[in-house]
Write a protein that binds this ligand. Structure first.
Ligand SMILES: [Cu+2]
Length: 67
């Protein structure tokens, strides 16, 4: 199990949080996803089978920026 904190820009409201949470959770192998709107962070726990780029891509596809 790995854990990474992604810095995500563009999240402005609870709807954005839901959108990001759903997109990340849909990536196969992701165990949990915790979004902080205040900090602009997305903390993800995932299996070793998952590449970090899959997660950042899922976030970007929803129109948000990943640092
Ligand atoms: Cu929003």
């Amino acid at each position: 199990m790995k854990e990474k904190v992604f810095n995500v820009s563009g999240m402005k409201c609870k709807h954005c949080v839901m959108t990001v949470t759903e997109a990340v959770s849909e990536v196969e192998g992701v165990q949990s996803c915790d979004v902080s709107l205040e900090k602009g962070t997305v903390t993800v726990k995932f299996d070793d089978t998952v590449d970090e780029s899959e997660i950042s891509s899922a976030i970007k596809e929803e129109g948000f920026g990943v640092a």
